[in-house]
Design a binder for this molecule. Structure first.
Ligand code: SF4
Length: 322
């Protein structure tokens, strides 16, 4: 399958009173047609900033925003804000942001809100757009009679389905899902995951699925990227990742996940996620890493290629200690 999105050396820094926050600090990956890339990491690792950098919804206090974001061969970083808004955001790349099920406009009917991107971005008439909205409501498993309801008349799960319909209605190449099931109960969460899986197969859509919940990703992910302190420290095929994570931080993440059939003791990752203002020198994970040695404290490890597009950012591999 071809590459839909190719991100290279993406940086997003912003200024705060305490100093410069390096929220995204040299991130790169490729997203193939029809695949799901899960981006996992603890809160504060820069996952959401990465999403916002890709779709260019930036905070006002940006200090640095640079790198390459190729969408189907076009570097969209070179587009002006105006062009980006007209041609890319919501049309080619859409975004289901965290808590979006609670961000629907309370005074507008659900059907109109789903249809709106087509009116605004594709110039469809209200009738045409509403007819499409009806189709997409059905696609996400909501009866078309809900077209004329207001958000408060829908359950949390249904509102989330409506938001997903809204993200899909323009046939985007990439849908970014940022914690799409947070704040929903476990059953509703499972239903939404099944829905996303079905849509992925039916529409051959590419997802970037952002979450702190590693087990949740196993439903959907083809590949997994682990983010730590603004950087990707491991990128792997999902099957390889779940069975044998490579980076010491990934190992800790997986060891902190409860499983059904084994009675292993759960590990907790000691220490706190690092500050994005003054990340530790050398390997950013070194203060929490049980394997850290001299070199880790001084020098930042490069990406070490494992196979295909998979890599790990750790000296142990570069130096053949693993
Ligand atoms: Fe641990 Fe060193 Fe590898 Fe960083 S580079 S993860 S500190 S062993």
């Amino acid at each position: 399958a071809g590459t839909v999105l190719s991100v290279k050396d993406l940086k997003l820094y912003f200024k705060t009173r305490k100093g410069t926050v390096k929220a995204v600090d040299g991130v790169g990956f490729e997203l193939r047609k029809g695949e799901t890339l899960a981006i996992v990491g603890e809160s504060g690792c820069g996952k959401t900033s990465l999403a916002r950098a890709i779709i260019r919804l930036l905070p006002r206090n940006v200090e640095k925003f640079e790198g390459t974001v190729m969408l189907n061969g076009t570097d969209v970083m070179r587009l002006s804000e105006e062009e980006f808004r007209k041609r890319v955001r919501w049309q080619k790349i859409s975004y289901v942001f965290q808590g979006s099920q609670n961000a629907l406009n309370p005074v507008l009917k659900v059907g109109f809100q789903i249809a709106e991107p087509l009116i605004v971005h594709k110039g469809l008439s209200r009738e045409e757009a509403l007819a499409e909205a009806k189709k997409y409501l059905r696609l996400v498993g909501i009866h078309e009679s809900f077209l004329d309801r207001y958000p408060f008349e829908l359950s949390g799960g249904m509102r989330q389905r409506a938001v997903i319909a809204m993200a899909l209605i323009t046939h985007p190449d990439v849908v970014i899902l940022d914690e799409p099931t947070s704040a929903l109960d476990v059953i509703t969460q499972a239903n939404i995951m099944n829905l996303l899986k079905r849509i992925k197969q039916e529409m051959n859509i590419s997802y970037i699925f952002i979450t702190h919940d590693v087990p949740l990703t196993s439903e959907l992910a083809d590949r997994v990227a682990v983010m730590y302190a603004g950087q990707i420290v491991e990128l792997a095929d999902a099957d390889d990742f779940y069975t044998s994570p490579k980076h010491p931080y990934s190992e800790k993440l997986m060891a902190s996940v409860p499983t059904l059939r084994t009675d292993k003791k759960l590990e907790f990752i000691p220490g706190a996620p690092p500050s994005l203002i003054n990340p530790p020198p050398g390997c950013r994970f070194h203060p929490r890493c049980p394997f850290a040695y001299e070199r880790c404290l001084r020098e930042e490890p490069p990406q070490y290629n494992i196979k295909g597009a998979s890599f790990v950012k750790c000296w142990l591999y570069v130096e053949g200690k693993r």
